[in-house]
Design a protein around this ligand. Structure first.
Ligand SMILES: [Zn+2]
Length: 307
């Protein structure tokens, strides 16, 4: 079968590899779509700690597909079932996953790709933020993950606003129900220290600073962005003075992910996801998918590789 292999920073090859066979408790999944995640860009760029070549199919983890074969002792999934969940070799025609890390995709969610991993991430962000009816929420950065968070918010937050440097992301936030949208340079002073919950969803220093300013006294600053390119500096005095809770909303435990994914499906049954995928590429053009995720050309929201 064909798979993507990252062989050097910003160099991807489409290679022929043996078809993997599932071990006990595992299934083989035909990959119908695999999202390119912002966190994949660390492998693409070759940040410190990344060793080339990466295993075939890595770091594709936003997978959706159909069960092709079952290993020994697999219960709960059958051949032909549409699944999503956690896998790490998804830039390939097929991949192996533990049966414990996958969920069947409910038929009510429609025929299109349902990319589970970022949905679970977004649901974890909401769970960790503890958002309750009446809370004022600010989302700092409005890319794909932030849009999922906005969609999965409880239907009655007090109000939510979005801050993004991209005009079209602000337009998307407006479309999705934001009561106000701002560029980073135009956040009014009145917004400072006023939000019960601030969700930082960029992974960059400047946004972390803005998120600190926006958080109200005794509010919650929730880190959803993936800060992978070095240490950050924080305004500890402001955190201390305002007595805020600072929450790292990342999760690594598969059972936590699966639980969040299940709960995101419940929301999507009531409120179908708007179309957020802007680009698709075949496997042999996956390098273009990474390049676009990095450059974010006009009109780009989210890219999928379709093996
Ligand atoms: Zn991801």
């Amino acid at each position: 079968m064909r798979a993507l292999r990252l062989v050097a920073p910003r160099r991807a090859e489409c290679v022929e590899v043996p078809e993997p066979s599932p071990g006990p408790g595992e299934v083989r999944v035909r990959i119908d779509a695999c999202g390119v995640c912002g966190s994949d860009l660390n492998s693409w760029r070759g940040v410190p700690g990344v060793e080339f070549p990466l295993p075939a199919g890595a770091p594709g983890h936003e997978t959706y597909g159909e069960v092709l074969a079952l290993g020994q002792d697999v219960v709960g999934l059958g051949v032909g079932q549409r699944v999503t969940g956690l896998m790490w070799n998804g830039f390939a025609e097929s991949g192996i996953a533990s049966v414990d890390n996958l969920l069947p995709v409910p038929v009510e969610l429609g025929p299109g790709p349902v990319i589970g991993e970022p949905l679970a991430c977004a649901m974890n962000v909401i769970r960790r933020s503890g958002v309750a009816p009446g809370d004022r929420v600010a989302i700092v950065g409005f890319g794909y993950l932030a849009a999922l968070v906005a969609h999965l918010l409880p239907t009655e937050p007090g109000e939510w606003i979005a801050i993004s440097r991209r005009c079209e992301s602000r337009a998307l936030a407006r479309h999705m129900g934001a009561s106000a949208v701002y560029d980073f340079s135009s956040v009014p002073d009145s917004a400072w220290d006023s939000f019960d919950i601030v969700i930082e969803a960029t992974g960059v220093q400047a946004a972390l600073d803005v998120a600190t300013w926006l958080t109200a006294s005794a509010g919650r600053l929730v880190i959803a962005g993936y800060h992978a390119d070095g240490p950050r500096t924080v305004n500890m005095q402001s955190w201390n003075w305002k007595g805020i809770d600072v929450i790292n909303a990342h999760a690594r435990r598969p059972d936590v992910y699966l639980d969040a994914l299940r709960r995101s499906f419940e929301v999507l049954r009531q409120r179908p996801l708007p179309a957020l995928v802007s680009h698709t590429w075949p496997l042999d053009r996956a390098a273009d998918a990474f390049a676009a995720a990095e450059a974010r050309p006009p009109g780009f929201t989210k890219g999928l590789v379709i093996p």
